[in-house]
Every structure is written in structure tokens, then in C-alpha cells.
Write a protein that binds this ligand. Sequence first.
Ligand code: AMP
Length: 285
Amino acid sequence: MLERISIPNVMQETSRKFILKAKKIGFVPTMGALHNGHISLVERAKNENDITVVSIFVNPLQFGQDEDFDKYPRVLEKDLEMLESVGTNILFVPQVKHMYPEGFLTTVKVRELSDKLCGAFRKGHFEGVTTVVCKLINIVKPTRIYFGQKDYQQMLIVKQMVNDLNIDVEVVSCRTIRESDGLAMSSRNVYLNHAERKSATILYKTLKHIESLILQDKISCRDVSKIMYKMLSDEPLVKEIQYADIYDVKTLERLDEFKDENLLAIALKIGDTRLIDNLIVERKK
Ligand code: AMP
């Protein structure tokens, strides 16, 4: 049976009891509108822990003023069914007023990493993410916390925070789950109309094309971004390319020369919908 908890203190007390019984808690934080990407994280958490906790919280702190906080999809009943069907133990669904009561003053920011890639286009976004993830970890007290590689920068920033602040949790990174045509699953894909949905496959196509050029030694590192921009801008419905480049997997600095591991990452807008995707390309030594 899926237990639903909405009050932070109650969640904390529940976790405390599990910990006293030496139970390992696996935790998957989400914003809801769940899809198979989220469910893959839940299944992994279930396999590796005694108790699985999922949170659904559309966190106002990580949305900019002209972003989609108000229209972000909220489909709690459907989410409940999905979570129940995979045997989630606890759903934590706090309200904004309980997470950020009047007088709330503290934020957590990971410098440098938070200002790159998506951070350059979404001011304050990652500070909102690290603040809420820090709070959620203190409330849920997990042994392991699960993040998708789809949001690579987020996962890296959370790992940095956990390390820097000696937070006692293991951050587990999980592979990206895709639709059959390669589009990374995302709660925001529902914003796309039929034509936009078709053109959204250009992100993964571009990543895979560049990967094959790199693996066949048919491209220099300095040409990667140029060729990515060309492919993406040839797609008529792509409105704005925010970044498309090759980066260091740890520092997120742009690369001039290939390394053993290389991060290809893209953020762009199709219509009004902002989409991101990435791929790690490993070169053989
Ligand atoms: P969100 O609800 O978008 O905040 O995502 C919650 C978690 O699910 C994050 O750790 C995401 O990286 C992860 N996630 C979202 N989409 C996917 C996907 N297609 N494959 C794997 N993980 C995902």
C-alpha cells in the first residue's frame, strides 16, 4: 500500500522510525507528471533499498518569473496509480506553504557549476534546486537519492553539494529513458504539438550523429559545436538554440580537445517549449 504524507514533520518522523529499524531508504525526488523515466528511478531505488520514497513537489524556487510554474502539468491521481503499480512505499507531497513558510530565509548555492549551461539561461534555477533537494534530504533522510542523467548538470551539482556539505547520502545517477524515436522522456513533452513533437527528435539525432563522428575520428573537438548548431538550426521548428557543445564531464568547461569522457549537451526551444538532452561519449584509449 502506498502511504501518502504531506507534512514535512510527519515524513521526518516516519523516516526516523525506519532508520531505527536499520531500514535503507531509497528516495526519488520529482515534480510529478510521472513517466517511465521517473519510474525507472523508482524501480532502481526499490531494488537497492528496503523502503522507497518518492516526492512530488513543483518547487517555485527553481522557476524563473517568465517560466512555466503555473502551467507545469499536475496530474496527481495518475501519478498515484503509477507509483502504486510499481510498489512505492511512501509518496511525500508537501505544499508550498509547508516547504517555504513565512519568514523562510535560507538558500543553498553551489557556485560555478550552477552558472554554466542551463544556469546561464535560467538565473537562480539551480540555487532553487539545491535548496529544495537539501531540504528534502533532511526531511526524508534517505540512504540513497536517485537522479536521472537526463538532467546531467543537476545531478553533478547535487553531488557537489552533498560532497561539500558532508551530507550523508549516496547520489545515484540513472540512465536516460527515451521514447522509441529517441526523444528523452520529459514531463514537458506534453507541451509539444504534433509537428513540434516530430521535430524534437533532432536533439538525440544530433547527439548520436556527433558521437559517431567522434568515435570514427571524423571530427575535431573544435568543430563539434559548429556542426551541432548547423544540424539543429536546419530543423525549421527549432526557434532558439541556447547551447550545443562539448564539455568536461566534471567541471562543465567547454573542451578544446577530446578527453576519455566527453559530455555532449544541448538546450533549445521548439516553439515555447524548452528541451534539453545530453550524451556522454567515451573515447577508447
Ligand atoms: P523532474 O520531475 O523532471 O524534476 O525529474 C525528476 C527526476 O527524474 C530527475 O532526477 C530527472 O533527471 C529524472 N528524469 C526525468 N526524465 C528522465 C528520463 N527521461 N530518464 C531518466 N530520468 C529522468
